[in-house]
Every structure is written in structure tokens, then in C-alpha cells.
Design a binder for this molecule. Structure first.
Ligand SMILES: [Zn+2]
Length: 173
């Protein structure tokens, strides 16, 4: 009886250890597509609670929760005035009216960012698709996706959630 108890203990302790090791490997495996933006570090970093305080619930859902706004819901979709589109999370300039076009999708669309290094990309494999996710390079906030059916000269379509942007008409473009 004594032996049995001891062996049972040893085996379960071992499997607990093994299971624990495997679990942490799974959790920290790089390249997971679930929320790629959170695996990198950015100049602007806040806790979820701090983000919730500085963003509206819809901004938080899109920027920090990788959400998508309803098509045709953003007034910026049909805005073509000259100006700069800044990140709603951190204020960094992301897109310019010079590169905006009407994609007819219901989301603000640009064929390039205002500067190449203003945004970063990752591979998004959610919803059984492989898409290029695009986020703010300064705070990691999720902006939208990039598709290769855009107009010249890049042929790219940055399909951006308007709620992730703050339009500044004064800065000019
Ligand atoms: Zn940002």
C-alpha cells in the first residue's frame, strides 16, 4: 500500500511537470497568428486597463481586440478632404489623403501608408483565411488588412477601420 501510493504520486508529479512544460511551450511558441501584434514591443505600451481608459469601447475593440467595424459605418470612408489620418490610439500619422481612394468596400482605403515605417504587418490566419494584418508601428494598434487588388502605383489596398483613425484636416497633405 505504501509503495503504491508513492509510485502513484511520482507518476502524477512527473506528468504534471511534463504537461506543464508542454503547455508553456505551446503558449509561448513564436509565430502564433491569434494576436500577433501583442508579441512585439512598441514605443507606446499600455496595459489593457490604460487602453480602455483612453479609447472608446469601439476603438478598443478594433485597435486592441483585433476587431472589424461594420462596413460603411465610418464617416471617414467617404472623406476625401486633404489631410492626414493619425492613429486613434497614439496619434502617429499613418495615412495621407493623397493615397486614399474609393474602393467601394465600405472601409477607408489607401494604396500606401504615409511613410513605409509608419505601419507594420503580420500574417493573420483567422477565419480560415490567410491575410496580411496591418497595425500602427508605434503602438501596435490593429488597423485593418492589406490586399493586393489596389490601384497603381502599388497595386495594394490598405483596408482600414475608420474607427482606428483620427482625421486631421489642418496638417495638410
Ligand atoms: Zn498607434
Amino acid at each position: 500500500m505504501k509503495m503504491f501510493t508513492r509510485r502513484t504520486f511520482t507518476v502524477s508529479a512527473l506528468s504534471a511537470l511534463t504537461g506543464g512544460a508542454l503547455l508553456s511551450q505551446t503558449l509561448y511558441r513564436p509565430g502564433q497568428a491569434a494576436e500577433p501584434a501583442s508579441k512585439e514591443t512598441y514605443p507606446v505600451t499600455k496595459t489593457p486597463e490604460e487602453w480602455k481608459q483612453s479609447l472608446t469601447p469601439e476603438q478598443y475593440r478594433v485597435l486592441r481586440g483585433h476587431g472589424t467595424e461594420r462596413a460603411h459605418s465610418s464617416p471617414l470612408d467617404k472623406t476625401y478632404d486633404p489631410g492626414v489620418y493619425n492613429c486613434a490610439g497614439c496619434g502617429q500619422p499613418l495615412y495621407s489623403s493623397r493615397h486614399k481612394f474609393n474602393s467601394g468596400t465600405g472601409w477607408p482605403s489607401f494604396y500606401q501608408p504615409i511613410e513605409d515605417d509608419a505601419v507594420g504587418t503580420s500574417v493573420d490566419k483567422s477565419f480560415f483565411m490567410t491575410r496580411t494584418e496591418v497595425h500602427c508601428a508605434n503602438c501596435g494598434g490593429h488597423l485593418g488588412h492589406i490586399f493586393d487588388d489596389g490601384p497603381k502605383p502599388t497595386g495594394l489596398r490598405h483596408c482600414i477601420n475608420g474607427v482606428a483613425l483620427k482625421f486631421d484636416p489642418k496638417t495638410g497633405a
